[in-house]
Design a protein around this ligand. Structure first.
Ligand code: XUL
Ligand code: CO
Length: 438
């Protein structure tokens, strides 16, 4: 088969001194970090939608990139060409996973039965490519936000018919995920939210979202899906308010509806920052609750208030991300580049440069996070900070033995506590800098 990117060679690790734009400077899959190959620490995935579908259209202008892959019409021949292009692309970069929405794979038909038939056809083609290359599916999902029927939400729609269409898509996307051996299934509540409370029954809508998730778990487990379901929190965009606001909100929702045993979170950097948090914050909240599952690796822009889905270049942020991931013992999922090249970067080379940037950024983040752990100053400071709970009244509070009376009597005996010890933020920030920059 003729190559789709004939100008692009296999991308290899050449080291930090390399000036070759088509080489990794930091991502060295075989390098051992904390006893594990870099490639194992960093199961990178390609997002079908951004890499193979998105051609740069924005609210003000048309497509700038050519994502037709030699097939002008948007038909099944194009769908197969996308598979060919995607697998060549992943192989050249050494990417071992991909993620997809149902309608990324095939053009959606007017009749859902025809869409499902097309999905069966393309997934046979995909499966053959997967077997040939060893590339695997990280997670699947259903696009329940693009089609006009989802204007008022999917599971949260006021229309029971629309709820059933969402259910039908989830069922088919789960079938596909199982057929392709996917490790996870994502719910991103793209339009599960509201524009105005004047027309919205929040409790009713949230109950229905939980119902669809419960149906998905029951069906998925019934067809042999043993992986994790994920919620991918996002506070807004496209809706003014989305129910899966952030990690803490999603965890509370899952627990309220008894779904916490089957679900974890897929944390996206740019969604966390849209929620007014840092990426690290949402990772920490997920990990602290045993629910850190997977990551959508991208980056926002401080000057823009929306989901810009940029390829990550911020090594500081990637380091703090990898610090959380290492401390959590790794991910059950992986690092999906839910990221797109900027509209003016419209050539195929730009796509390779973008992935090289993202993969190198996380590789550097991994190495630097490991160095922070080995340095030990941050973790030992953290441990010492809570030393007052190791003995005496502190130990009794932690063990649950102390009562309110006992604590109050203790305080009254003390009359006035000492200040609780400096937080040493500036010192700790300088430790991070010294590890990063030597
Ligand atoms: C949108 C977004 C989605 C999900 C999958 O902001 O992140 O692409 O990752 O539906
Ligand atoms: Co995402």
């Amino acid at each position: 088969m003729a190559e789709i990117f004939p100008e692009i060679p296999q991308i290899r690790y050449e080291g930090p001194g390399s000036r070759n734009p088509l080489a990794f400077k930091y991502y060295d899959p075989e390098r051992i970090v904390r006893g594990k190959r870099m490639a194992e620490h960093l199961p990178f995935a390609m997002a079908w939608w951004h890499s193979l579908c998105n051609a740069g259209r924005d609210m003000f202008g048309d497509e700038t990139a050519d994502k037709s892959f030699g097939v002008p019409q948007k038909d099944m021949a194009r769908a197969r060409a996308k598979v060919d292009a995607g697998f060549e692309f992943m192989q050249k970069l050494g990417i071992r996973y991909f993620c997809f929405h149902d309608v990324d794979l095939v053009p959606e038909a007017d009749d859902i039965n025809e869409t499902n038939r097309r999905l069966d056809e393309i997934s046979d083609y995909l499966l053959a490519k997967m077997e040939e290359t060893g590339i695997r599916c990280l997670w699947g999902t259903a696009n329940m936000f693009g089609n006009p029927r989802f204007v008022n939400g999917a599971a949260s729609s006021n229309s029971a018919d629309v709820f059933c269409f969402a259910a039908a898509q989830v069922k088919k996307a789960l079938d596909l995920t199982v057929k392709l051996g996917g490790g996870g299934y994502v719910f991103w509540g793209g339009r599960e939210g509201y524009e105005t409370l004047l027309n919205t029954d929040v409790k009713f809508e949230q109950e229905n979202i939980a119902r669809l998730m419960r149906m998905a778990v029951d069906y998925g487990r019934g067809i042999g899906f043993t992986g994790d379901f994920y919620i991918e929190p996002k506070p807004k965009e496209p809706m003014k308010h989305q129910y899966d606001y952030d990690a803490a909100t999603a965890i509370g929702f899952l627990r309220q509806h008894g779904l916490e045993g089957d679900f974890k979170l897929n944390i996206e950097a740019n969604h966390a920052t849209l929620a007014g948090h840092t990426f690290q914050h949402d990772l920490r909240v997920s990990a602290a609750n045993g629910m850190l599952g997977s990551i959508d690796a991208n980056q926002g822009d401080d000057l823009l208030g929306w989901d810009t889905d940029e390829f990550p270049f911020n090594v500081y942020e990637a380091t703090l991300c990898m610090y959380e991931v290492l401390k959590a013992g790794g991910l059950s999922g992986g690092f999906n580049f839910d990221a797109k090249t900027r509209r003016p970067s419209y050539t195929p080379e730009d796509m390779f440069y973008a992935f090289i940037l993202g993969m190198d950024t996380f590789a550097l983040g991994l190495v630097k996070a490991a160095a922070i752990l080995e340095d030990g100053r941050i973790d030992s400071f953290l441990k010492e900070r809570y030393a007052s709970y190791r003995a005496g009244i502190g130990a009794r509070i932690r063990s649950g033995e102390a009562t309110l009376d006992e604590c109050a009597a203790y305080a009254q005996r003390l009359k006035k506590p000492e200040l609780p010890g400096s937080g040493r933020q500036e010192y700790l920030e300088s430790v991070v800098n010294s590890v990063l920059f030597g």
